[in-house]
Design a protein around this ligand. Structure first.
Ligand SMILES: [Zn+2]
Length: 86
């Protein structure tokens, strides 16, 4: 069996940009590690290193707490524009 290597080696986006500290107020940075449903992306998908993944996770949790980004959206209730229903 040949090993599947479809994706080339991923690099940590935060290491690439030489980011030492991830500020929870910087939602642009957090978005690298958020899915479209505002879930935290697992490290194996984003290619983040362990250090930055832990940093971004705590930053996301803090950002949610301060209502900068929404909590996980209910998948049964996804409406891109709530006014479309009216
Ligand atoms: Zn990193």
């Amino acid at each position: 069996m040949t090993e599947k290597r479809k994706y080339s080696r991923k690099y940590c986006k935060y290491c690439e940009q030489k980011i030492e500290f991830i500020d929870y107020k910087d939602t642009k940075l957090l978005k690298h590690s958020l899915s479209e449903r505002y879930k935290i992306m697992p490290r194996r998908l984003t290619g983040n290193c362990k250090k930055h993944q832990e940093m971004v996770e705590s930053a996301i949790k803090r950002a949610r707490h301060t209502a900068l980004i929404p909590y996980i959206i209910d998948t049964n209730n996804i409406v891109s524009n709530p006014f479309e229903l009216l």
